[in-house]
Design a protein. Sequence first.
Length: 103
Amino acid sequence: MTVDILELMSEGSVRIQAWFTEVFEVKTASINTSAGEIVIYAAQNAIVGEFTFNVEGSGSSCFTAESIEMNHLQIEKEGTGDTRSGQVDLSECTTNCERLRYY
């Protein structure tokens, strides 16, 4: 998948899952969640120019891929929510993730 802009937004207690089986190449990606959960899984390599995680309240987000290249990563967190990116086991991409890991 190659796109200029990818934006995923979750309001309320909704779970959004996005699965990509081919190379994931995005110029600008943004994940915004408040009480819900967003999971993005790229089965192969991911190339992202700018990536922004915005988590408020009890929301959580997870982005995992075989390998990730990013030029810019910004994380904005307010509340008890959590965010993860890197080679994260999918079983760890669940509500109330306990820590953030980068590889």
